[in-house]
Design a protein. Structure first.
Lengths: 592, 249
């Protein structure tokens, strides 16, 4: 979520450190930061809130609370404690919930608002986090959502047609034109908000166009409600309509937040927008109960491998604003209502370690194992097979398990091609052979020989095969039969490569040169000399033939020319070869 | 006149195989057993048993390959189902922890491929269930493995994260120092993978007494380790079957 630094500042009396320092604090104690962007005078952090913290941290207040705990700066202006009073009741609006998937619905009825542009500060805050300013009422609902994490919606009361609000399952085929001007066809697995039983919004996802706020609006109904996360996620998915509201409901949020959202909106009405507060309706059949989770000091240290004291742990809970009692080494903790993620002792242990800092965890070696590890006979056999084939000149390839035919098929392959799971290694090996054959000279191989040890799906089972192919022998494969007698792993060689060298994607040209050398000449020295003389386009040289006659030795070399930038022409390679021959001739070598 | 033709050269082992061989050696010496499991998995082992709830986005169509006309089967999206399979098997045999396993193997993600993304790639999983398995010994274990596999002294850093199957969950970074560290990697923090203390639900789902036992688990991309170790610039080379690549190892 995008988090504005200037927005965060308002939660604190003490100055916050730089955006970079905030990013660092979050990275090592809470969430990854995807980036920090300067927007006007503001800095905007892109905070990757983890899925377990969508309940409470997809908001500026949530992030401010984290920073307060991490940096130990008091959260001086917490909208969750400095509440406006939403207790005034109204009979003008009624709310009826006909589904267990809506745990709370608060409606606020305000008359005589003046819709207009938002003040500059509000526009700036919203625009900094990538939101478009619409008007003061809609912007206020958005601001409150990004501030508290509670999605809100504002209806034009006059356009609703009825002030009898309902929450119910949609009827199959019922339609609604949403605020994006698109018409959505609903199903009976979706929830709708109704006015006089006519749909006016897709619950938790998007409001309806007919009751949209515009410049003529004077009376509004504000919705601050709680909808089931799974239901909202499925609806948003089915309609391909993911919104900032649905993103928050999908996580599952506390119904207590509905009150925090409405209080936030009320403050806007009172201080920014104006209007007469008619009152509120709050349907909340089963208020959320505080959770109790306990953990012992011993367990914390046992999981972390630390020697933390009760005071260390208490300090973390205090910083996080968790109510707790400590007795005989047992912490009984009441996490705040919005922290739906804290359910088991391990959740509390995670809070302790991340606030204290993972850098306080020492790296301690595992003690020696008390039991002998088992030998994996399957791996043992595969390794033996690799060793044998390698010794015979075969190189190991891995080819894709996705194929054009097979017994089993993947349902939903994103690229749509090769959806079958292979039933044989042969097609892959055949393709690999064809691919490598043209590179034989470049590779310095007399013959391409390949093997693969891989899974196939055949005869209703999943089985590992070993397959081989060479230029001379057809592809063959057999089931890898485990050597049950394996007693210990052999100490097989590891790759001695240090660094991979990218290869040219352009074709190469081959030229041979044979020359007479004195019997005293060292072949390697001649080879190095020729390679150097041939220049940097000569990427490889190999001796392929030698013979002796009358005290002289004939050496035949194969030179490979290739460029990383382009396709070489026959002419330029011929020219290099002619120059090479001339120089070698000057040096006294006889070219054959 | 005698022609001397060069003897047929040795073939080459795929770098992933070499890496698995090396990882097995390092972990075997630390008492880890090499465990394996099927590539087509059931949703129970791939998701439910690992505490990934039914309505978790990871179970949505875009990430997971489902098998057509075989409800409840997927191409495994991680090596973690083998954790469950191994523990289930041990419990069935009446063997209680300690357990130490590594699971190197192929996994699948249903996504478009590019230089850093492949639909099929390799992961190495580790699982330790015993009294001594703490966040501290997790750090020690990773530091030892990464140092030996990558070269140099590996300093390991944890950052907070979230996985349904671990609690606490962390991201693992590594920094290589000392003369044996590869030049290109020396003194830089590099992201290596995810880890954490096994969620008690996971132990319980596999039949292990979660009140009595605790453990840690980690997962890292073998392709990524190989790419870092050898400076490989394109993950697609791994399945290219191109000897211009393979014969360098």
């Amino acid at each position: 979520m995008k988090i504005s630094k200037l927005w965060l500042d308002k939660f604190f009396d003490a100055p916050l450190p730089s955006a970079e320092a905030l990013g660092e604090a979050l990275t090592f104690h809470a969430f990854e930061i995807d980036g920090i962007e300067a927007i006007g005078k503001d800095s905007v952090l892109d905070v990757k809130v983890t899925p377990n913290r969508g309940h409470d941290a997809l908001s500026h207040r949530g992030i401010a609370k984290e920073l307060s705990a991490i940096l130990q700066i008091p959260l001086a202006h917490d909208p969750f404690t400095n509440k406006s009073d939403i207790s005034k009741k109204t009979d003008a609006v009624t709310v009826k919930i006909d589904t267990p998937l809506c745990k709370r619905y608060i409606a606020g009825y305000i008359k005589g608002v003046k819709v207009g542009p938002s003040p500059t500060w509000l526009k700036e805050r919203l625009e900094a986090i990538g939101q478009r300013s619409i008007n003061n009422v809609v912007d206020a609902t958005n601001f409150v959502m990004f501030n508290t994490g509670q999605p809100l919606h504002a209806f034009d009361a006059a356009k609703l047609g009825s002030l009898n609000i309902g929450v119910r399952t949609a009827k199959e085929g019922e339609t609604l034109t949403a605020l994006d001007a698109k018409q959505y066809t609903l199903t009976d697995s979706m929830l709708v908000i109704t006015a006089g039983n006519v749909p006016v919004g897709i619950a938790g996802v998007k409001g309806g166009m007919p009751a949209a706020i515009d410049e003529h609006t004077t009376d509004i109904v504000i919705e601050s409600a709680n909808f089931d996360g799974v239901s909202v996620r499925k609806t948003a998915q089915a309609l391909k309509l993911r919104t900032d509201a649905s993103t928050r409901f999908e996580q599952g949020i506390s119904p207590e937040l509905a009150a925090r959202g409405m209080e936030g909106m009320l403050e806007f009405i009172q201080h920014q927008i104006g209007g007469t507060i008619e009152g509120f309706v709050d349907i909340y059949p089963e208020p959320q109960q505080l959770a109790h989770v306990s953990v012992t000091i011993e367990k914390v240290n046992k999981i972390l491998g630390t020697q933390l004291t009760g005071a260390d742990i208490a300090n973390v809970f205090t910083r996080l604003g968790f109510a707790y009692k400590e007795e005989a080494g047992v912490f009984e903790v009441q996490p705040p209502l919005e922290r739906l993620d804290i359910k088991i002792p391990e959740d509390l242990i995670e809070e302790v370690v991340r606030i204290i800092g993972y850098n306080k965890i020492a790296a301690i070696p595992l003690p020696r194992s008390t039991i002998e590890p088992a030998i994996n006979t399957h791996f043992y056999t595969a390794e033996k097979m690799r060793e044998e084939l390698q010794a015979q000149g075969y190189s190991e390839v891995l080819t894709s398990v996705f194929a054009d035919k097979g017994e089993r098929v993947v349902l939903n392959k994103v690229d749509g091609v090769h959806p079958y799971l292979r039933e044989s290694l042969v097609p892959g090996l055949t393709g690999a052979l064809a691919k490598n054959k043209p590179n034989k000279d470049l590779l310095g191989l007399a013959q391409v020989k390949l093997f693969e040890i891989g899974t196939v799906w055949k005869g209703g089972t999943e089985v590992v095969m070993v397959g081989t192919i060479t230029e001379k022998e057809k592809a063959a494969e057999k089931i890898l039969i485990e050597d049950a007698a394996a007693a210990s792993y052999q100490n097989l060689p590891l790759s001695i490569a240090t660094r991979y060298q990218p290869f040219s994607k352009y074709p190469y040209i081959v030229r041979d040169i044979a020359l007479w050398t004195p019997a005293s000449a060292h072949t390697e020295e001649v080879q190095v000399m020729i390679k150097t003389l041939a220049g940097e386009l000569c990427v490889k040289i190999g001796l392929f033939d030698t013979f002796q006659k009358e005290g002289r030795v004939s050496l035949a070399f194969r030179l490979i020319f290739q460029s990383f930038e382009r396709t070489l022409t026959e002419e330029e390679v011929n020219k290099i070869m002619a120059e090479l021959s001339a120089i070698l001739g000057d040096k006294g070598f006889e070219i054959r | 006149m005698a022609n001397t033709s060069t003897p047929e050269p040795q073939g080459h082992i795929h770098p992933i195989s070499s890496l698995i061989r090396e990882a097995n050696r390092i972990f075997y010496d630390m008492g880890f057993t090499f465990a394996e499991g099927p590539l087509i998995e059931d949703e129970w082992h791939n998701f439910d048993a690992l505490n990934v709830p039914k309505d978790h986005p990871a179970r949505d169509m875009q990430d997971t390959f489902f098998i057509k006309d075989e409800a409840g089967l997927v191409l495994r999206t991680h090596t973690s189902p083998v954790q469950i399979r191994y523990m289930e098997t041990q419990i069935k045999k009446g063997i209680q922890p300690p357990y130490r396993i590594i699971v190197p193997g192929k996994i699948f993600r249903n996504e478009a491929t590019d230089m850093t993304h492949e639909a099929e790639f390799f992961q190495i999983e580790g699982l330790v269930v015993e009294e001594a398995a703490t966040l501290s010994t997790l750090k020690g274990t990773l530091s030892k493995f990464l140092g030996e596999a990558m070269g140099g002294d590996a300093e390991v850093r944890f950052r907070p994260s979230f996985f349904p199957f671990t609690e606490p969950s962390i991201e693992v970074d590594m920094r290589l120092t000392g003369p044996a560290a590869p030049d290109k990697l020396r003194d830089k923090w590099i992201e290596m993978g995810g880890a954490g203390m096994i969620h008690p639900n996971v132990l319980a789902n596999a039949g292990v007494d979660a009140k009595k036992y605790q453990g840690f688990a980690f997962g890292m991309g073998l392709d990524r380790i190989a790419m870092l170790k050898w400076g490989i610039d394109d993950v697609r080379l791994m399945h290219s079957a191109d000897l211009r690549f393979i014969n360098q190892f």
